[in-house]
Ligand binder design. Structure first.
Ligand code: AMP
Length: 216
């Protein structure tokens, strides 16, 4: 199984690009943020802890997320490939993940801070398939599956600033971690989603080494 880690600050387009990669390369999307939002919806034990962290823009505790993500990864080991979106987010998560599973590639999507704030504040998310759109491009309805769109609780400006600081402090070191391992590719994410995807697809096609049945 080809395992790709997608890195980037909030609003970099990790979710959007993960969906496109999966559609194009036949991979499975693992979003720890979506998994947590599902737990919150179910009001499970994990959901109750996570709700407060998400609302404040903080990370949920490592022990809770690592266990959840690793179980999900194991359940998908027969798949062609997976895209990890939002995991790992701390050095401890990255180190634990490397001990438990082979990582084939990490792609970091870099976007300027001002662009991120605009994107996050105008982001609309599908209640069903979790696809995201810019508010100006849609009319409250998902273009992918037709379900309703909503504004995520943590996509408010004040929560964005908290999330961005957490990214700088706790997630940025992971970029160096994967660079040292020779696994990192960096992509400029300031452009339109189609252009960013083309760059990612190129890097990925080269990195897969013909290993996957690339449909792109
Ligand atoms: P996302 O949908 O990836 O933006 O994640 C939304 C929120 O879920 C984050 O701001 C964190 O509160 C929490 N979260 C998602 N993934 C992780 C992770 N790997 N470690 C800790 N918290 C996470």
């Amino acid at each position: 199984m080809f395992t790709l880690v997608l890195l980037g600050p909030p609003g970099a387009g990790k979710g959007t690009q993960a969906v496109r990669i999966c559609d194009s390369f036949g991979f499975v999307h693992i979003s720890t943020g979506d998994m947590l939002r599902e737990e919150i919806g179910k009001k499970s034990d994990i959901g109750v802890i996570a709700a407060d962290c998400l609302h404040r823009g903080e990370l949920v505790p490592n022990e809770l997320i690592i266990d959840m993500a690793v179980r999900k990864l194991e359940s998908l080991k027969e798949e062609r490939g997976v895209v990890l979106d939002g995991f790992p987010r701390t050095l401890e998560q990255a180190e634990t993940l490397s001990r438990l599973s082979e990582i084939n590639m990490a792609i970091s999507i870099a976007v300027e801070r001002g662009v991120l704030l605009d994107r996050v504040c105008s982001r609309r998310t599908c209640i069903h398939c979790k696809a995201t759109f810019n508010a100006s491009e849609v009319n409250g309805v998902c273009r992918r599956c037709g379900h309703k769109l909503y504004i995520r609780d943590d996509d408010r400006p004040e929560t964005f600033y908290a999330r961005y600081s957490v990214y700088e402090e706790r997630t940025l070191p992971i970029i160096e971690y994967y660079r040292k391992k020779g696994l990192l590719s960096e992509v400029d994410g300031n452009a339109a989603a189609d252009d960013v995807f083309n760059k990612i697809a190129k890097v990925l096609s080269e990195g897969c080494g013909g290993n996957t049945d690339d449909k792109h």
